[in-house]
Design a protein around this ligand. Structure first.
Ligand code: G16
Length: 535
């Protein structure tokens, strides 16, 4: 109690600030976050006690600028914090800096959740490369240690690495422990094995990676070294010159549909950008007409679904397996059409935020989920894993069937199933392109995107916007949806929506239409309506 009390005194709560635990946990300017970290240390301890397992605390503001930071909790299987606990997080943050008030709430939760004072707690803490991160991590650590919690200090990690590490600690099948060497070995061995399984003597095209001046740059050097005999990887925006996420990174490339600074584009046909904590991925190239061409999250869904459907068919397992793609409202309309009508794979639409996509993807044997921003992964059910293993070892099957089953089995190892992982997704993408003999142009030519535009609108209070139907429609403020509908109706194949950001103090506008000029115009018209009705 004394230690917590002195922490509360050292890092007092900022007045007049309400922060909600959203899709990305708590996120704000770094200098107003220290007091939140005390609450997070307490909450993570309680969560660990309830689950009788190790939980994670990741300090990052991902794609946001260097001056921001954030924190999110990771549940024992490496998934996002259970939504019921978001309420406890929010309540803790509404409480004043009075140790008695905070302790009363902790005791109430302990009774409600049947936590005994002597139950053990263990937390794994990691952070990205922001200057503010070590201090914020140390506050979480001190708060948790005040409650006798055991700390595993992972220091610098990508967000998906911590998700995977937490799962390893709680899963005996994954050795019950995590080392960085094992993580990269798992991914790179799966990559190499998939290459060895094909008879192709083709070589890999080199890949230029824009690492957003983030933690991914450091971690990618391991992959570059291990796979040096297979693929040439050049890492740009590696933090030695530019600023984090500044005119670079997956979010910049996707939103502005522009190449990042700091990359010698002309020398490469194959480029990609990851974001500040390496959980998002966007591919791009310059075509023969000097046009910038982008392959976003929708394209990964299509590519991964194509590969896995094909291998299921070759293994004669397709009819027994439920495969599906999960998207959000940001998915380009043409991608949804293509997946449903050409690929004959089912598609579900859920609100923004990987926690929603992840949850929905669990409904399938193979659930492929990607947000258009490049954040996503693939989930495989236990039943699918058993079927694939049995098929790969079944002597009654043909060699081709066994090979295809074995390829799926190996591909599963190349995926970080806990959360979207840009490094794992790069390797999976490269392997699929190699096995299917595709290049970026052929991959892009599967279908044509509808031109789209995204805008950020600064408003006084973004929480005035409320949405339904997976964020595709607004129910507040009054008349906003009617005005959007009226504008959209003027554009053939037009579609648009607005939603409050959960990571920045802005409202996001999305519009798509038959031409880029129309998509831009529609987005601007909607921006004006938002400004008029909210400010
Ligand atoms: C986070 C989530 C993503 C989500 C994004 C939405 O991204 O992890 O799943 O798409 O927030 O941001 P907003 O609400 O601002 O549109 P990240 O990469 O910043 O952690």
């Amino acid at each position: 109690m004394e230690k917590l009390k002195s922490l509360l005194h050292e890092y007092p709560k900022s007045t007049n600030i309400f922060m909600g635990y959203g899709t990305a946990g708590f996120r704000a300017r770094a200098d107003i976050l220290p007091w939140i970290m005390i609450r997070i240390g307490i909450l993570a301890t309680l969560r660990s006690k309830v689950k009788r397992a190790c939980v994670g605390v990741m300090i990052t503001a991902s794609h946001n600028p260097e001056c921001d930071n954030g924190v999110k909790l990771i549940d024992p299987h490496g998934e996002m914090l259970d939504q019921t606990w978001e309420v406890y997080a929010n309540t803790l943050c509404t409480l004043d800096d009075d140790i008695n008030i905070i302790w009363d709430y902790v005791e109430t939760l302990m009774i409600q959740l049947n936590i005994q004072p002597n139950d053990e707690a263990i937390i794994g803490i990691a952070y990205d490369i922001r200057q503010s991160s070590p201090l914020l991590a140390s506050i979480v650590k001190r708060a948790a240690q005040a409650l006798s919690t055991t700390i595993m200090d992972f220091e610098l990690m990508t967000t998906p690495q911590l998700h995977y590490a937490i799962r390893c600690y709680n899963d005996d099948d994954l050795n019950g422990k995590y080392t960085e060497a094992d993580y990269f070995d798992k991914l790179c061995t799966a990559f190499q094995n998939l290459i060895f399984m094909t008879s192709s003597n083709k070589s890999f095209e080199s890949l230029a990676i824009d690492a957003a001046n983030g933690i991914g740059a450091i971690k990618l050097t391991h992959v570059r070294r291990i796979l040096a005999n297979f693929i040439r990887i050049d890492i740009y925006n590696d933090g030695t010159k530019g600023l984090l996420n500044d005119k670079c990174g997956a979010d910049y490339v996707k939103i502005y549909q522009k190449a990042p600074d700091g990359l010698p584009l002309k020398n490469y046909s194959k480029c990609c950008s990851i974001d500040g904590d390496a959980d998002r991925l966007i591919y791009f190239f310059i075509d023969e007409n000097n046009q910038f061409r982008i392959l976003d999250g929708d394209r990964f869904s299509v590519l991964f679904a194509l590969f896995l459907s094909l291998k299921l068919q070759e293994a004669k397992l397709f009819d027994d397996v439920k495969i599906g793609v999960v998207q959000t409202a940001y998915a380009n309309g043409r991608s949804t059409d293509y997946i449903i009508n050409t690929m004959k794979v089912s598609v579900a639409c859920v609100p923004t935020g990987v926690k929603h996509l992840h949850h929905k993807a669990l409904d399938y044997d193979i659930g492929i989920y990607f947000e258009a921003n490049g954040h996503g992964t693939v989930l495989f059910s236990d039943d699918l894993k058993s079927k694939v293993k049995a098929a790969s070892e079944d002597p009654k099957r043909t060699e081709k069937e066994r090979l295809a089953a074995n390829q799926i089995r190996t591909f599963i190892n190349l995926i970080n199933e806990t959360v979207g992982d840009a490094i794992a997704d790069i390797l999976a993408t490269e392997v699929i392109l190699f096995l299917l003999n595709l290049n970026l142009e052929k991959w892009l030519n599967f279908y044509d995107d509808l031109p789209q535009r995204q805008l950020k609108v600064a408003v006084k209070d973004r929480t005035m916007i409320q949405t339904i139907d997976a964020e595709r429609r607004c129910i507040a403020p009054a008349h906003l949806q009617d005005r959007i509908d009226e504008l959209v109706s003027k554009y053939p194949s037009g579609r648009a929506f607005v939603r409050p950001s959960s990571t920045e103090d802005i409202v996001r506008v999305y519009a798509e239409a038959i031409t880029q000029i129309e998509a831009d115009k529609l987005a601007i018209e909607i921006q004006k309506v938002v400004e008029e009705l909210i400010n």
